[in-house]
Design a protein around this ligand. Structure first.
Ligand code: NAD
Ligand code: ZN
Ligand code: ZN
Length: 349
């Protein structure tokens, strides 16, 4: 089969011929219906080098996957061939305290995981191929009626990651509050929808691109602002001088982190999701009082079920541009050049 593989750090992936995977005991092979192109893959191609992560190339890209059960290994029960499924991506050990409650994104026993701190498309072979080997049936979620694999794929990361970030801030978002989404691309356009569907907060979208701001408003943002030195003041103007109760940064460069901190309300949350490599100096007077700052990584297994339910009910609608496998690099080039709205999904079949 063909697979889009990252063969070394600081290089572009290549479409190469590899053997079709076969399921061992407890494993499942999924015929890939859709594999989302995440900006993190661009970071993998451009920013990382040996030693920065506990895993490395070569591996097949694609950590945001959905498809159909193709073959099951010994001992797998309850999954029939042809069953449409979404793949939970952060593959933990399955037995530590975090994994036992489904928080495999924060597995505390990574040495026992299929790959330490990664998953398919992140150290192990991912979904940008015709077939994907999934090491345990517990990573598979049957798709609810109304959701096909192309629409489900982005939900596994571009949906799940902002859902986790928003969910942990729910108590700070009753009626009368505001939330800022910085970077309304793949993750951000779904963050806007998640905030609208699960909270009563007023949603302010921030992006450098006019097209992305227009898109965010189409998806429910109440206000859209350009991203520059004046953004934080504009957020304060729009919130009666108070600032936003929750700020989610899906970019993570110095400038957006500074905007995020300066836009937050006292007692608010600033959550860094984007891995743009920026830093935010924190000192007594540099951030509003009692602002909580956190990074978040992906989401939990139970949260993926919630996100898929929202997708099937039309509460979450990923805006998808499809690309065949042999044009996957075009998807990344379009993403890098700011020509995409929503999410690019690679459709190998
Ligand atoms: P994307 O390219 O689809 O979207 C990024 C958006 O940010 C674009 O609309 C772009 O115009 C906008 N942008 C760029 N610079 C900006 C600036 N200075 N101010 C405001 N907007 C700006 O990317 P994506 O796939 O949505 O990923 C977003 C980030 O999240 C990436 O850094 C990615 O690696 C990271 N990510 C993190 C996790 C996690 O678990 N923490 C998971 C997935 C992705
Ligand atoms: Zn990702
Ligand atoms: Zn674990």
């Amino acid at each position: 089969m063909r697979a889009l593989r990252l063969l070394g750090w600081k290089s572009e992936p290549e479409l190469v011929e590899v053997a079709e995977p076969e399921p061992g005991p407890g494993q499942v092979v999924v015929k890939v219906g859709g594999a989302g192109a995440c900006h993190s893959d661009l970071h993998l191609m451009r920013d990382f080098e040996g030693g920065a992560l506990p895993w490395g190339p070569p591996f097949t890209l694609g950590h945001e996957n959905a498809g159909w059960v193709h073959a099951v290994g010994d001992g797998v029960r309850g999954l029939g061939t042809g069953q449409p499924v979404a793949v939970y991506g952060p593959w933990g050990c399955g037995i530590c305290g975090r994994c036992r409650v489904g928080t495999e994104n924060y597995c505390e026993n990574p040495a026992e995981a299929p790959v330490p701190g990664g998953g398919g498309g992140l150290g192990l072979d991912g979904g940008m191929a015709e077939f994907l080997l999934v090491p345990s049936a517990r990573f598979l979620f049957p798709l609810p009626d109304g959701l096909d694999p192309v629409a489900a794929a982005p939900l596994a990361d571009a949906g799940l990651t902002p859902y986790h970030a928003v969910r942990r801030s729910w108590p700070k978002l009753p009626p009368g509050t505001s939330a800022v989404v910085i970077g309304t691309g793949g993750l951000g356009h779904l963050a806007v929808q998640i905030l609208k569907a699960t909270t009563a907060a007023r949603v302010i979208a921030v992006d450098t691109r006019e097209e992305a701001r227009r898109h965010a408003v189409e998806h429910g943002a109440d206000l859209a602002l350009p991203s520059d030195d004046a953004t934080a003041d504009a957020v304060r103007d729009a919130t009666g001088g108070r600032g936003a109760d929750v700020v989610l940064d899906f970019v993570g460069v110095d400038a957006t982190l500074a905007t995020a901190a300066a836009s937050a309300r006292m007692l608010g949350d600033v959550t860094i999701v984007g891995i743009g490599g920026g830093t935010l100096p924190v000192s007594f007077f540099s951030v509003p009082y009692e602002v909580s700052l956190q990074t978040t990584y992906w989401g939990t297994r139970p949260e993926l079920a919630e996100v898929l339910d929202m997708g099937a009910r039309g509460l979450l609608r990923p805006d998808v541009t499809e690309f065949p496998l042999d044009r996957a690099m075009d998807a990344y080039r379009d993403m890098e050049a700011g020509r995409l709205t929503g999410r690019a999904v690679i459709v190998p079949a």
